[in-house]
Structure formats: structure tokens, C-alpha cells
Design a protein around this ligand. Structure first.
Ligand code: FE2
Length: 377
């Protein structure tokens, strides 16, 4: 109990010290940023808004900034045979390097978090151009992933100094209705979940929102455990998964086998109209996990009255779950690279603030079928 009290006190203080305004951007290190940028534009409906590379004076890398709603993805690749980016891609494949957080004061965010035990990724520095200034600092979280703190008071440029505005050459890169990042999930190693829960509590001032143990998240074969961490205003949510013992290999273990360190497993993106969004994503070739038709047989009974006709959900393979505050609709893509690592969740919340616990079993059985096809179950 003493420990709990101490944590509670620290948490309260940290929330005061580290106000996060939301997710600023998610940066991926990839093998070929030009082609990844095409994929996110053509398949996911992002718009290219900014670019940095040799044409803007960078000699070692190129970055494409894509936007849709409030979501900003940065795709970065190395131009050199040996660099931190090249090594990152060699070890992990394409993956999330940075979950950037929007703050009022990047210097104090870095000072506070490093004082509280975070490992620094880089010290605060300020970039300036004719559009204003942006101050950045960074700390490590799990694996090689970092949180960059971004202070962009009065910055009016396309992304940040060093980037130029760039529009898209991809025909009709129309939005598919993606609005904002709902949550970013991390996979960590055996027995490491609580260490990272403590990191988000003690260093970042987050609170534990929900816990799922292996009773909640297990199928006949495989299991995992998860805890959901949330910041003070609830805009930033980081669930953290670790594998659990099952008869066969956990999906988290499969991820770790291919990513080689802890890292981001999925980014969940909110939409106001999941049926339109997913219809359009499917039309553009995005592949989703599927659940068997039997999932829909007792759905009405399980979730009660919903606005959507169940046949229309079944046609798109959308999942539904209810909690005390409402319900949510969700669906998961297959991994978006050849390694079975990063994937996306599309989510529409209709009151529910939870994460679809009622769908875990059907979903994980679906993931297991994919694991078996890859020879990794
Ligand atoms: Fe999720």
C-alpha cells in the first residue's frame, strides 16, 4: 500500500509538470520512404504536405510528411549504407521510431522526465525559419522507440523548419475519413509490462486506465497481458502488451521475434463513419483481419441495440463491443510490411472509452490463423 500511495503522489505531481496537448506526429523509419509515402497516400488517403531531403540540403536522409485530419505521419529513410536509420531498418524492418507529443514547453518536459529517470534521446534544441520556431527534445521509451516533445508555439510553416511544403503527385489522394490517433500500442518482452507501466506513471505522469490479464486475452492456444496508460487529458493513450504463457506462441512473441526489441505494435486511428472508411480502404487494397460469420450470430444479444444494421457490419467484417458508456466499432489491418510487426486499427467510438475486450477472443483467433499461415504459431 505504501508503494501505491507514493506512486499516486508522484502521478499527481507529474500531471502538473507534464501537460501533453496530444500526439504531434508518428515517425516511421522505413526502407524506401518515397514508396511508403505512395502507399499511405493511395491506400490510406493521406495527403503529402511537406518534405525534407537532398533538395532541401539534407545529405543523409529524406522525410515525407503526410497528413489526414489531425494525424501526421513522417516517413523517413536513410540515404547512406550505414546510419542510425539504416541500422534501425535492418534490425526492425519498417517501424515506428518516434511517437511525438505536443507540449507547451519542450525544454521543461525534457528536464522533468529525465530528472524522473527517463533516458535522454537528445537534449532540447530550437529550429527557426521564416515561419517561426519549433523546439524539440527527446527521451527513450521501450526498445529503440522515442518520445519527441514538440513545442510549436506560433509556428506557421508546413511542418517544422528544414521542411518545405510539398503537394502530392498521387492522383486523387482523397481522405478516407481518418480523424486522429486514438491510441498507440507497444509490445514489450516477457515480464516487462509493469516496468513500462511504472515508467509512464512515474516519468510521464500517466495513469493506469485499464488492465487485461491473460484470463481476458487468451484463446485455446495463445495469450497476452495488457495495461492501458493514459495522460491527464485522456488524449494520449498507450496500451502496453506483454506475452503470456499459452499452449502455442503468443502474437506478442511473434512480433518480438521479428522486431527484435520492444516496439510499437499498432496505431489505432479514429473515424466518424467506420463503414465508409473501411469500404474505401478495402477498395484501395488495404487488407484486414477477418472473423468467422459465427461472430455475428450472437452479436445483437451481446451488444444490445446499435445504430448500424448487423448485415452491413458483417459485410465489412467490422467488430462491435459495448462498455458502460456506449459502444465502439473496430477492425484491424494485417501487418503493413512483410514482417509480422506493425498494423493499424480503425475505430469508431460511440460513447465507449474502452478497447474492445469483448472482441479479443475472436480477434486473436483470427491473428492465430495468420500466424499459422506464416509458420509462427
Ligand atoms: Fe487497439
Amino acid at each position: 500500500m505504501d508503494t501505491l500511495t507514493a506512486t499516486d503522489v508522484q502521478t499527481t505531481q507529474a500531471v502538473d509538470f507534464l501537460p501533453l496537448k496530444g500526439t504531434d506526429y508518428v515517425e516511421f523509419y522505413v526502407g524506401n520512404a518515397k514508396q511508403s509515402a505512395y502507399y499511405y497516400q493511395a491506400a490510406f488517403g493521406f495527403e503529402l504536405v511537406a518534405y525534407a531531403g537532398p533538395e532541401t540540403g539534407l545529405r543523409d536522409r529524406a522525410s515525407y510528411v503526410l497528413q489526414q485530419g489531425k494525424i501526421r505521419f513522417v516517413l523517413t529513410t536513410s540515404l547512406l549504407p550505414e546510419s542510425d536509420i539504416t541500422k534501425h531498418v535492418a534490425l526492425h524492418g519498417d517501424g515506428v521510431k518516434v511517437m511525438a507529443l505536443w507540449v507547451d514547453d519542450a525544454r521543461s518536459a525534457w528536464e522533468e522526465t529525465t530528472k524522473r529517470g527517463a533516458k535522454s534521446a537528445f537534449e532540447p534544441y530550437t529550429l527557426e525559419d521564416e515561419h517561426g520556431s519549433v523546439t524539440l527534445s527527446g527521451i527513450y521509451t521501450y526498445g529503440e522507440t522515442i518520445h519527441t516533445f514538440v513545442e510549436r508555439t506560433n509556428y506557421s510553416g508546413p511542418f517544422m523548419p528544414g521542411f518545405v511544403a510539398k503537394s502530392s503527385a498521387v492522383p486523387q489522394p482523397t481522405s478516407v475519413g481518418l480523424l486522429h490517433v486514438d491510441h498507440c500500442v507497444g509490445n514489450v518482452g516477457w515480464g516487462e509490462m509493469n516496468q513500462w507501466v511504472k515508467f509512464y506513471e512515474d516519468v510521464m505522469g500517466f495513469k493506469l486506465l485499464l488492465t487485461f490479464d491473460d484470463e481476458d486475452i487468451s484463446t485455446e492456444y495463445s495469450a497476452l497481458m495488457s495495461k492501458v496508460m493514459s495522460n491527464g487529458n485522456g488524449y494520449v493513450k498507450f496500451p502496453i502488451n506483454e506475452p503470456a504463457e499459452g499452449k502455442k506462441k503468443s502474437q506478442i512473441e511473434e512480433y518480438l521475434d521479428y522486431y527484435h526489441t520492444p516496439g510499437v505494435q499498432h496505431v489505432a486511428i479514429a473515424t466518424k463513419d467506420i463503414r465508409t472508411t473501411v469500404t474505401e480502404l478495402r477498395r484501395r487494397g488495404v487488407e484486414f483481419l477477418s472473423v468467422p460469420a459465427s461472430y455475428y450470430e450472437d452479436l445483437a444479444e451481446r451488444v444490445g441495440a446499435i445504430d448500424e444494421d448487423i448485415e452491413s457490419l458483417k459485410a465489412l467484417n467490422l467488430l462491435v463491443d459495448r462498455d458502460d458508456e456506449g459502444y465502439l466499432l473496430q477492425i484491424f489491418t494485417k501487418p503493413v510490411e512483410d514482417r509480422p510487426t506493425v498494423f493499424y486499427e480503425i475505430i469508431q467510438r460511440k460513447g465507449a472509452k474502452s478497447f474492445g475486450k469483448g472482441n479479443f477472443k475472436a480477434l486473436f483467433e483470427s491473428i492465430e490463423r495468420e500466424q499459422a499461415l506464416r509458420g509462427n504459431l
